[in-house]
Design a protein around this ligand. Structure first.
Ligand code: UD1
Length: 424
């Protein structure tokens, strides 16, 4: 397994190109199997989750080709006649669940392994099943698999939010299935994340009739079929937010080329409160750290609130702030695996229920640490950028799931970071 080595202390300066959004790309690639011809997805990020989804597409019979240095994907679904997502694939990537709606809608049948638990806490799928059942799917859970069947889905009204608010991938599944259902579907309590809007726009580009995307109420008039389409996905707001935190913690100045300021409202607002200067500059966003970080309190929420996928990175930033920050996780209340590792680097964080109490310290100290999940690894790298001496982030494969060449991008900004073979 590889590890990332960081020698702390360099100030980040320069321009970084923001890649396409992983969380838009995955459901869009899965939905492409509903088209009656080959789709081309542009601006795909070169991350291992996209490779896992590609394996899954090939497994069910699609032909997938990459071009444009790996950033364009052509998906020809003509060989797909239905499909299963086996445990070996779903355990690698929970987002494989996003095949459920498209397979069911297009082929009347889907069998997907139940994803099971995950390091950031319980990941139920009840809302996915509730929404698809409302459209007329017969669903059984057998031997660890979701077995779904339908002789023809029909439009319905469904309330899709749960106790933690709307579900992103449940909305993706039910919206995708509703596109080929007879009649009109109303999803109330839909997720309104930019990645869901992007999926809706992709489906519309294939001929779907969807209204209300970007709000909590979606209306979908079913159509007979979907045609092939070429589509460019949005830039990754989580990658952009990660580079914002990295620039801020080093007191540097970084241009995030292609980042969408309008997708980052809550993040820009919180970082401004922390004393970080952020401005839009044409098609870019410019971030300037001022050398000191003010403590801020934040609670994660579904969009447009502060994203849970940037909670760990903000926590890393707050470890060197001037006071005490309370960071509350409202989406995945157990998502604090990065905390003991940050504490190994001399941070002072305690967990109280769903909150991390972060007492700012003057200096972090480089140490060997263990990445537990994708965003936790990003947080450890951010901390390593300012820690005294050398930080080793082990199990770096987590970061490759969602960041396209993070060490190359950080090196180009002046960070001292590289990859080595590791034993853990
Ligand atoms: C997606 C993102 C993930 C992000 C998360 C929340 C992708 C590939 N992944 O995951 O990066 O962290 O949104 O923004 O896009 N829930 C239920 N019942 C369900 C489904 C979810 O109670 O049936 C709960 C979850 O436990 C969680 C909350 O709803 O507390 C939000 O989860 P959800 O939006 O479903 O996350 P994902 O779509 O899996």
């Amino acid at each position: 397994m590889e590890k990332m080595i960081i020698e702390g202390g360099a100030c980040l300066r320069g321009t970084v190109e923001i890649s396409g959004a992983k969380n838009a790309c995955l459901p869009i690639m899965a939905a492409s199997i509903m088209a009656e011809g080959p789709c081309v997805i542009r601006n795909a990020p070169r991350v291992s989750d996209v490779n896992t989804l590609t394996e899954m597409l090939r497994f069910i019979g699609a032909t997938v080709d990459f071009s444009d240095n790996g950033c364009s994907v052509r998906i020809d679904p003509s060989g797909v006649t239905g499909g299963d997502a086996p445990y070996e694939m779903v355990k690698k990537m929970r987002a494989s669940i996003c095949f459920l709606g498209p397979l069911l809608a297009r082929f009347g049948r889907a069998s997907i392994s139940l994803p099971g638990g995950c390091v950031i806490g319980p990941r139920p799928i009840g809302l996915h099943l509730k929404g698809l059942a409302a459209l007329g799917a017969r669903i059984e859970l057998n031997h660890g698999y979701i077995e779904a069947e339908a002789d023809g889905l029909r439009g319905a009204e469904v309330f899709l939010a749960g106790r933690f608010g709307p579900s992103v991938l449940a909305t993706a599944n039910v919206m995708s299935a509703a596109v080929l259902a007879g009649g009109t579907t109303r999803i109330i309590g839909a997720a309104c994340e930019p990645e869901i809007v992007d999926l809706a726009e992709f489906l519309i580009s294939m001929g779907a009739r969807i209204r209300g995307h970007g709000s909590h109420i979606l209306e979908i008039d079913g159509v007979e079929g979907l045609s092939a389409s070429e589509y460019t996905i949005i830039p990754d707001r989580i990658e952009a937010g990660t580079f914002m935190a990295a620039a801020a913690i080093t007191g540097g100045e970084v241009v995030l080329a292609g980042a969408r300021h309008d997708h980052l409202g809550a993040v820009v607002d919180k970082l401004a409160e922390a004393g970080v200067e952020i401005r839009r500059d044409g098609e870019s966003v410019v971030v300037k750290g001022t050398g000191s970080v003010r403590n801020v309190d934040v609670a994660t929420h579904h969009y447009p609130g502060f994203p849970t996928d940037l909670q760990a990175q903000l926590t890393a930033l707050m470890t060197v702030s001037e006071g005490i920050s309370i960071i509350t996780e409202k989406v995945f209340p157990e998502r604090f695996m990065h905390v003991p590792e940050l504490n190994r680097m001399a941070a002072n964080i305690s967990i109280e229920g769903p909150s991390a109490i972060v007492r700012g310290v003057r200096e972090l100290s480089g140490a060997p640490v263990m990445a537990s999940d994708l965003r936790a690894s990003a947080a450890l790298i951010i901390a390593g950028l300012v820690a005294g001496g050398r930080t080793e982030v082990n199990r770096v494969y987590h970061i490759d799931r969602g960041y396209d060449g993070i060490e190359k991008k950080l090196s180009a900004l002046g960070a001292r970071i590289w990859r080595e073979k590791g034993s853990l």
